[in-house]
Ligand binder design. Structure first.
Ligand code: ZN
Ligand code: ZN
Length: 246
């Protein structure tokens, strides 16, 4: 699988003993350091600790011999991968799509590894979807008759069923974001709402009623992927006194 590789990333590996190369292929080491710096900034932002992005770019630029701008742009690529994964991204680093088919899976893998999450290839897959959608002509694809199972594992967290029950009972069949009734009833007879952690468990959020809301599927997806996710999240903190920022 995979789209035809662009030839942009296929230069010979650069030698750091020579002059700094500004464009060539990024090494795993460079990408790892960049993702790591990105996650450090994200943690500080989430904890309300002030930080200066430029300092990180400067440090990386000195370490690897690329421009600060190159690292800033790479960070925006990382925001894009985070956005595809439905994870929080650093607010000042607007997601930039053109990651390149070579780097997207590497960045995703590093993000998952450094974040303690299983790598599923989801972002790299969505990135390919996005790239194919920009093609002027996309012939009807043959598809895969028998897709092979590739990723059987998933991280799960020991959650408290009482928290979910309490939040659902409090929501009483209405989305706590848009206040609309649940869009349908599940086969079990229950009004169908999803439970969402405002600070995700993967990001160290707690499984408590002060971090959890019950949402209709639309609002839930919007909180993960929507362009107005920050405002929507803020509105929940304003509307529900039980919620506490983590
Ligand atoms: Zn809703
Ligand atoms: Zn969620």
């Amino acid at each position: 699988m995979g789209p035809s590789r662009s030839n942009r990333g296929s230069r010979r590996p650069r030698n750091r003993a020579e002059e700094p190369v500004l464009h060539g292929t990024w090494t795993e080491e460079e990408l790892r350091a960049t993702v790591s710096a990105y996650l450090a900034m994200r943690t500080m932002e989430q904890n309300g600790i002030p930080f200066v992005k430029k300092r990180y770019y400067t440090e990386l630029a000195n370490q690897f011999g690329r421009t600060e701008k190159a690292f800033e742009y790479r960070m925006q690529n990382i925001s894009y991968i985070c956005a595809l994964l439905g994870r929080t991204w650093v607010s000042g680093l607007k997601p930039a799509k053109n990651v390149g088919p070579h780097n997207a899976p590497i960045i995703e893998r590093l993000l998952c590894e450094l974040d303690g999450q299983p790598y599923t290839g989801k972002a790299a897959f969505e990135h390919q979807v996005s790239r194919y959608q920009t093609k002027p002509v996309l012939p009807t694809p043959i598809g895969i008759q028998e897709p092979q199972q590739r990723y059987a594992t998933n991280t799960s967290y020991g959650r408290d069923p009482k928290v979910k029950a309490w939040v659902l009972m409090t929501a009483a069949g209405h989305c706590e974001s848009c206040a609309q009734p649940a869009p349908f009833h599940a086969t079990t007879g229950d009004a169908f709402l999803e439970v969402h952690h405002l600070r995700t468990l993967a990001e160290g959020g707690s499984d408590t009623i002060s971090n959890t809301v019950a949402l209709c599927p639309n609002c839930h997806r919007e909180l993960h992927y929507g362009v107005n996710q920050a405002q929507k999240r803020e509105a929940l903190y304003q509307a529900l006194p039980r919620l506490v920022r983590e």
